[in-house]
Design a protein around this ligand. Structure first.
Ligand code: NAD
Ligand code: MG
Length: 391
């Protein structure tokens, strides 16, 4: 089926996912027009993107940055700022598809605005779904928004499930297998982890990503967040999701069916594949990704994750089991701890220690509405700061 022309808003266009999204879009001017681009503070990069893609709107963090951007891009682009600007371009009536690629909790509001407006939402911002879980999925159901996963593992699982997939028992799914590379420290002696630097943590062996998700990959909190993300996206209990270490990052994830069949999606580790898949779905598009050469790769390895090396996995499973606002607290504490590590305020192994301290004290409550999500987020951030001052 050939879909009609799509107007696309890219939230977080200056980031790693945002740049890859624009790379795919630029290959298909007959299919996509950029409607809005957004960045936090990188005005120069955003201005260059505006000059190339001619969006109707651009959004930055503050009024002062908006003035800077306006002077760089001229009349054709209307410049907005702040959360209200982000939500406006995410929910605008002219928009067909929204790429949600802001990092962290800041992406929640505009992503939910897109969902509530019934947009096709391409979800890279896993933190939004981890934080708001049921509220997010209820909003998808209510608005009939189409939610397409960009996270490579979830995009792989989506591709391995039947097109009319609703829940695992109807589809005959026994379990999901989430691939994980194991990050840069898979084989580093555990006693050396206390001394690793932000640059070492961000030097991922297979993927070139933003700094926050790179650190999450090194602690494997990324896989913990993805476990929660997968359970919401595919209505699968976290007990039926296993993590599989696969250092080559070629098999992006797998679905095991009750007849013993296991379906996997393979490809080179390049986010333009899931991005092109979701942009074109249910069609297929050229993405610019080089063809997979399995003969050259020759070997695909798999191993069980070492839960002692990666305590974040158990922390995420526990938060998922606790339900309510526990995943929001886990995410917030992690964001604070990762930022502190990147600013060289705490050591690498302290990241999961801070999250653990917060979660041990956390009083779980149900998530009644978005305010409850924001309250949990704020409170867990305060607790994380406190936990760090005690280190
Ligand atoms: P990044 O740091 O490279 O880019 C983040 C983008 O968000 C930038 O455009 C930045 O300007 C914007 N941003 C940051 N803080 C903001 C704020 N407070 N308000 C508004 N905008 C803000 O991050 P990334 O690697 O592109 O990741 C983006 C999201 O995609 C994350 O949620 C990440 O977990 C997810 N993801 C990324 C990859 C990857 O390969 N990079 C893979 C899977 C999932
Ligand atoms: Mg992923």
């Amino acid at each position: 089926m050939m879909q009609s022309f799509q107007h696309v808003t890219v939230l977080g266009s200056t980031g790693s996912i945002g740049v890859s999204t624009l790379d795919v879009i630029a290959r298909h001017p007959d299919r996509f027009q950029v409607f809005a681009l957004t960045a936090n503070q990188r005005v120069k990069e955003l201005a260059a993107q505006c000059l190339q893609f001619h969006p109707r709107y651009a959004v930055v963090k503050s009024e002062a940055l908006a003035q800077q951007l306006a002077s760089l891009v001229g009349e054709g682009v209307e410049v907005l700022w702040g959360q209200s600007g982000l939500s406006f371009v995410a929910a605008h009536e002219k928009v067909d598809a929204v790429m949600s690629a802001i990092v962290g909790a800041a992406g929640l509001e505009p992503t939910l605005a897109a969902v509530k407006a019934g947009k096709k939402v391409l979800l890279a911002n896993k933190e939004a779904l981890v934080m708001a879980g049921q509220l997010f999925m209820d909003a998808v159901t209510e608005s009939k928004s189409i939610l397409l996963p960009i996270d490579s593992e979830h995009n792989a699982i989506f591709q391995c499930l039947p097109a009319d997939y609703k829940d695992p028992s109807v589809a005959g799914v026994r379990r999901l297998l989430l691939s994980a590379s194991g990050g840069p420290f898979r084989n580093t002696p555990i006693e050396q982890l206390i001394n690793v630097t932000p640059d070492q943590a961000c030097a991922h062996p297979n993927w070139d990503m933003g700094r926050k998700i790179s650190v999450d990959s090194a602690t494997m909190m990324n896989k913990g967040l993805e476990l929660i993300e997968a359970s919401w996206l595919f209505s699968v209990s976290t007990q039926d999701i296993d993590v599989l270490i696969h250092p080559q990052s070629i098999v992006h994830s797998l679905v095991e069916y009750k007849d013993g069949s296991v379906l996997a999606q393979l490809g080179n580790p390049d986010m333009r594949t899931p991005i092109a898949h979701a942009l074109a779905w249910p069609d297929r598009l050229e993405s610019g990704v080089r063809a997979l050469d399995l003969v050259a790769i020759a070997t695909l390895d798999f191993e069980a994750p070492d839960e002692q090396r990666f305590p974040a996995l158990a922390l995420a499973r526990a938060a998922a089991d606790s339900q309510g606002n526990a995943p929001a607290a886990l995410n917030a504490a992690n964001e604070v701890a990762v930022a502190a590590f990147l600013n060289k305020q705490i050591g690498f192994t302290k990241i999961t220690e801070v999250v653990d301290t917060v979660m041990q004290k956390w009083q779980v409550e149900t998530l009644s509405d978005l305010n409850a999500v924001q309250r949990a987020d704020t409170h867990a951030r305060e607790m994380a700061v406190q936990a760090m001052s005690a280190i």
